[in-house]
Each structure stands twice: as structure tokens, then as C-alpha cells.
Design a protein around this ligand. Structure first.
Ligand code: AMP
Length: 280
């Protein structure tokens, strides 16, 4: 695995490989790798000849009161994990490599989807996400890129961005990888105290319970209300708990079939997110 932090050097290699007819696959991350991230490498492998994996904690997607400064940095362990997989390039740029002119500029048109769910409490988040992904796409020039459905809204927004900007990149989505008790793997789980860690599975459990309820005919409102009540009783601060249509993330109505139950809630200093696709 070749480790490169210069966008120019990486791009030179990629252009040479593309001239040789190689297909490039890309997995962007912020590091502190767990099996959720690593699953995306296995997912993308059949679609490409060369895999580029990036680790960059993007300041532009954190607002001032968020955890940019404390976000876990574990590059040495991350490299050991990636060495065991079929990754050809690890791209580890610094802020100055990505944003040489200082504060980042928006490089993409923002879709309406960016204002829903996580976009309500994190108003600039998706502006930062689409900007960095667009910059990384321009450096890496991938034919295919993989995103986890744990961040379902992000996955949908990136798909729309590639359509809006006519980017010739296939976007593939990876299923959510969970801890044995059901908690979705996340770099932010390490902020949980032991007591919070035990409670954290309630988020996934509430989503599953909601899925069972709506499958058995209970109304969407009743099902989400009882999930929110249960989470609040267990000291979660619920950011949102919604049943939405998968294609546009608008509130689902009776009769809608392809649904997503999506939730975000604070437990102590960790903001947990999770979701479940439901076909009624
Ligand atoms: P992050 O480092 O948190 O920005 O995540 C990088 C990529 O890994 C994103 O596409 C995430 O959706 C994906 N990812 C993170 N956690 C999981 C998980 N538990 N299961 C599947 N994909 C994940």
C-alpha cells in the first residue's frame, strides 16, 4: 500500500493507471477505522482494479461547537488494518493540501435533501461534506466510490450530487456494520461511558420496534411517539426520530411503501445516528 499525502502526486499516479485502462475505486473516511469502514473496501473490490482509501478529518463539516478537535486520530492502527486488505493507495492529506487558500469554498450545488434530518441540527454539515467529497473526487478521479448506509442521508446526497454535476462516478452503498449487540459501529462510540454504552443499543432496538409496529399496522405517528418516549425515559436527547420515504427523505404517509426509519440522538457527549430500511 502506497501512502501519499500530496494531491498532485496521487493524481499523477491515478492518471497513469487510468491510461493503462485501470478502473479506480475510492473509499473516503475520517479514519479511526472499524469494520464498518473496512467493509467498504471489500464491497468496492469487484468494481475496480485499484483501490484508493482516504483518511482526512474534514474541518469544513464540523461546526464550531462540534468535536473536530477531539475527533479520534489513530493513523498508525488504521494503517495496520488497511495493510491486511487489498488497498493500493492510502491518501492522507493535511488541511493545507486540501484547502490551500484557507477557509474552504463550496464546490457544489446543495440539494434540498441537505436541509432534512441531520441537516436541521447541523445546518452547514452537508455543505462541508459535499464540498470535500467533490474535491476528493477531483483528486482521485474514481470510477466508483463506496459510502456506508449508516450515514444514509449522506449516501443519498452524494448520489444526487454526482447526478447534478454529471460526474461519471458510480456510487455504491454498504450495509450498516454493527457491534454484536446491535449498536451501529461508529468512531464516536468511543465517547460513550460504560453506562452509556449499555444504553446505546436502545437506539437500534427502538428503530427495530418501530419497524415491527408499522409492519403490524400501527400508525407511523404512534410508533415514532412511543420510540421517542422510550429513548427520552432512558436519558437520550432525541434530535429526530422519523419515518421517511427513502427516495427523497420526506415524511412518509400512510400508503407509502419504501421507507426509512432514521434517528439521531445524543447520549452524554455522543451523537448517535442509526437507521433501517423498511419495505411495507
Ligand atoms: P466516517 O469516517 O465516519 O466519515 O465514515 C466513512 C465512511 O464509512 C462513510 O461512508 C460511512 O457511512 C461509512 N461507515 C461508518 N460507519 C459505518 C458502519 N457502521 N457501517 C457501514 N458503513 C459505515
Amino acid at each position: 500500500m502506497k501512502i501519499i499525502s500530496s494531491p498532485q502526486f496521487l493524481q499523477q499516479d491515478i492518471l497513469r493507471l487510468k491510461k493503462e485502462g485501470k478502473h479506480v475505486g475510492f473509499v473516503p473516511t475520517m479514519g479511526n477505522l472499524h469494520n464498518g469502514h473496512l467493509s467498504l473496501v471489500n464491497l468496492i473490490q469487484p468494481y475496480c482494479d485499484v483501490i484508493v482509501f482516504s483518511i482526512f478529518i474534514n474541518p469544513a463539516q464540523f461546526s464550531a461547537n462540534e468535536d473536530f478537535n477531539s475527533y479520534p486520530k489513530t493513523l498508525r492502527e488504521d494503517i495496520q488494518k488497511l495493510d491486511k486488505l487489498n488497498v493500493d493507495y492510502l491518501f492522507t492529506p493535511q488541511n493545507v493540501d486540501i484547502y490551500p487558500f484557507g477557509s474552504p469554498r463550496t464546490t457544489t450545488k446543495l440539494h434540498k435533501l441537505t436541509q432534512k434530518l441531520c441537516g436541521v441540527s447541523r445546518p452547514d454539515h452537508f455543505k462541508g461534506v459535499t464540498t470535500i467529497i467533490n474535491i476528493l473526487f477531483n483528486i482521485v478521479l474514481p470510477d466508483v466510490a463506496a459510502f456506508g448506509k449508516k450515514d444514509y442521508q449522506q449516501y443519498q446526497i452524494i448520489k444526487l450530487m454526482t447526478e447534478d454535476l454529471f460526474l461519471p462516478i458510480k456510487i455504491i452503498g454498504g450495509e450498516i456494520i454493527r457491534e454484536p449487540d446491535g449498536l451501529a459501529m461508529s468512531s464516536r462510540n468511543r465517547y460513550l461511558t460504560d453506562e452509556e454504552r449499555k444504553k446505546a443499543i436502545l437506539l437500534h432496538q427502538s428503530i427495530l420496534a418501530t419497524s415491527h409496529k408499522i409492519n403490524s399496522g400501527i400508525s407511523f405517528e404512534q410508533a415514532t411517539e412511543s420510540a421517542i418516549k422510550k429513548l427520552k425515559e432512558n436519558t437520550f436527547k432525541v434530535d429526530y426520530f422519523e419515518i421517511v420515504k427513502r427516495n427523497n427523505l420526506k415524511s412518509a404517509k400512510h400508503g407509502d411503501k419504501k421507507l426509512l426509519i432514521a434517528a439521531a440522538a445524543w447520549l452524554g457527549r455522543s451523537r448517535l445516528i442509526d437507521n433501517q430500511e423498511v419495505n411495507l
